[in-house]
Design a protein around this ligand. Structure first.
Ligand SMILES: [Zn+2]
Length: 84
């Protein structure tokens, strides 16, 4: 089953099947985040819709990080998993 992952640093998205650590080929992040969009939905999107999703996801993530910027890196990891 294919899954859609998104990079928490640059917002780049890719489709992956059954892998634990997913690397971003654009910026080199080793641990991309599982996006909350299913594969069938993602492939039905146009390039523009994918970019809009990525931009919305990134702004949501940065808002969350600003709110909790006094927390530990561990907690930021938890928030990242929560917002996507
Ligand atoms: Zn990236």
């Amino acid at each position: 089953m294919m899954r859609v992952y998104i990079c928490p640093d640059c917002g780049w998205m890719r489709m992956v099947s059954r892998r634990k650590n997913v690397e971003c080929y654009k910026c080199g992040v080793q641990d991309m985040t599982l996006a909350k969009v299913d594969f069938a939905t993602y492939v039905s999107w146009s390039e523009k819709e994918r970019q809009e999703y990525s931009a919305a996801w990134m702004s949501l993530l940065s808002m969350s990080l600003q709110l909790i910027n006094w927390f530990s890196p561990l907690r930021i990891g938890i928030i990242r998993m929560t917002v996507v």
